[in-house]
Design a protein around this ligand. Sequence first.
Ligand SMILES: [Zn+2]
Length: 211
Amino acid sequence: MPYINKEKDYVIEFAIKWPISFDSLWGRGYNSPLMSGQQRLPIELDPFRMAEQGRQFSSPVRIKQFKRLLPLLESDEGNVDVELQFEVDEIGMRILRGHLKANLILQCQRCLAKMDYPLESDFHLAIIQSDGEVERLPETYEPLVVESTPMHVLDVIEDEILLSIPQVPMHGENDCIAQPTKDKTELAEQHANGETKENPFAVLEKLKKDH
Ligand SMILES: [Zn+2]
């Protein structure tokens, strides 16, 4: 009898490819003091404790796991390579740095054909316990409000992916099979008027406003 894996929302399904090269993912500019001690990403974690322990995680996560992202994609195949570093900074702020890398297949909003979107995103979040602490954050930090632990870590990663995707993805004019009958201004106006309400990319607009 074949084993049927009934995927549940809260289960992180790791890809087989692991471990991945830490250096290749963090790339230039990330000054990691220590490459040892990386672990697979757990489903849930306590980010405050992780920061105090200086924990690092490294995992490819299947794109299928990101349920809010899926309506924006033309393909749910493949992985997002996720690197997380929890740490406490010099002013005692608990920090989550992340690096995400994936090749997403989006839909060009001009010709409606598929387009490759190489996602490569770094984020740098200050982990705080309530909205009230946001005002005290240095301007360089984006807040990650964690009111209760454990935290579902995929939600944070998914938010960052959604924020990194263009609101109106389009091929470059030379690569697009459609004539550019509508320029970006016109698309933007439609967007603002809510004429693209059925477009799944509207969720991005909402998410970006919320931030
Ligand atoms: Zn196109």
